[in-house]
Design a protein around this ligand. Structure first.
Ligand code: PMP
Length: 359
């Protein structure tokens, strides 16, 4: 079939059964004689799709009715702005944990709207580790605490989430649905869909309903969470295709055994790769051991020339998307839910050969 091993950071690999099902249903969705992309977002048929996607997410992640579940546009980046616009009142402070490139964007956007306290900054350690709770400098009475669950570029991930008296909001773009978590600890979670839940052009927002009421009247309607809540995600035309794929992906998650099974597979994938990286000084894994991401694995080789050679030869061998982010270089393997253990084993096999020839 010519499908490669896809280690791209996002948009990223989707489960093959999802793509096959979407292909089979493309021209005639559920006997309607049209594609899901061609029908009204207010049709009964689409209502079943969006309600199904929401119900599956609630079940898989364990989200109670105290939270709204929204499918919005503007990616996770819009949430960097929408969140403070809604939750950061005049005179209040947002605590933000600065763990890398994505947290930095959250900090920058929030600063355009209100007061920000950087509760911890990983700069001194080149953002290669997540902080312990005791290292955080939290603001009494903060509007909220923002954390980035997994830094996609650096490859660091929280194992234990920070806590605060303020509501905890998590950017979970690159590791949502990769492991079992107690969602009741969070007041809000958001994620761009294009890694673990679907295609790009869609952001999932899960927010405690009471928090959405905080927003000031001056905020434009489209940017208020509460505008999108009464008829969830149907204030305007949503990304219907994306929501449909999210429904298929969540069905796939259930079919493979839910989050406990996926977590076990993800941990095995990550261990397979980190064990290889730890096996020889030729490989130089970037993240501190305590914070190694099970979704984005980052490492260096002895020289940039070798890194370029590695990425190029890997692509030629059918292992794609391994070049590190353009801002940092190096190598990055994104091993999201849809990337199989077989793909990781193929990568490890390639690495061993590469080391033999170049080490
Ligand atoms: N947060 C994280 C952790 C991300 O990885 C990304 C995208 N890679 C974003 C935010 C921004 O997402 P988007 O491109 O959907 O705006």
């Amino acid at each position: 079939m010519g499908r490669i091993h896809n280690f791209g950071a996002g948009p990223a690999a989707l489960p093959l059964p999802v793509l096959q099902r979407a292909q089979a249903e493309l021209l005639d969705f559920a006997g309607t004689g049209m594609s899901i992309m061609e029908m009204s977002h207010r049709s009964k048929t689409f209502e079943g799709v969006i309600q199904g996607a929401e119900a599956n997410l609630r079940k898989i992640l364990g989200i109670s009715n105290d939270y709204t579940v929204l499918f919005l546009q503007g990616g996770a980046s819009l949430q960097f702005a929408m969140l403070p616009l809604n939750l950061l009142g005049a005179g209040q402070t947002a605590d933000i944990v600065h763990t890398g490139a994505w947290a930095e964007k959250a900090v920058k956007e929030a600063k355009t709207i209100g007061n920000v306290n950087v509760a911890w900054d990983g700069k001194a350690e080149k953002y290669m580790r997540m902080p312990e709770q005791s290292e955080l400098k939290l603001t009494p009475g903060a509007a909220y605490l923002h954390v980035t669950s997994n830094e996609t570029i650096g490859g660091v991930q929280f194992k234990n989430f920070p806590t605060s008296e303020a509501p905890v909001i998590v950017d979970m773009s690159s590791d949502i649905m990769c492991r079992q978590l107690d969602f009741s600890k969070f007041a809000g979670v958001y994620a761009g869909a294009q890694k673990n839940i679907g295609p790009s052009g869609l952001a999932l927002v899960i927010l405690r309903k009471d928090l959405a009421e905080r927003v000031g009247e001056k905020v434009p309607a489209i940017l208020k969470y509460k505008t999108h809540m009464p008829e969830p995600s149907l204030y305007h035309t949503p990304n219907t295709w994306g929501i449909y794929i999210v429904k298929l992906v969540t069905e796939w998650v259930e079919s493979v055994g839910g989050l406990s099974k996926l977590q076990a597979i993800n941990e095995e994938k990550a261990k397979t790769l980190y064990d290889t990286l730890d096996s020889s000084a030729f490989w130089k894994p970037c993240a501190h051991k305590s914070s190694r991401s099970i979704m984005n694995v980052t490492w260096r080789l002895p020289s940039e020339d070798l890194e370029n050679k590695f990425a190029k030869e890997a692509t030629a061998a059918g292992l794609d998307g391994l070049k590190g982010h353009r801002s940092v270089g190096g190598i990055r393997a994104s091993i999201y839910n849809a990337v199989s253990l077989e793909s990781v084993k193929a990568l490890v096999g390639f690495m061993k050969e590469f080391e033999k020839k170049n080490g």
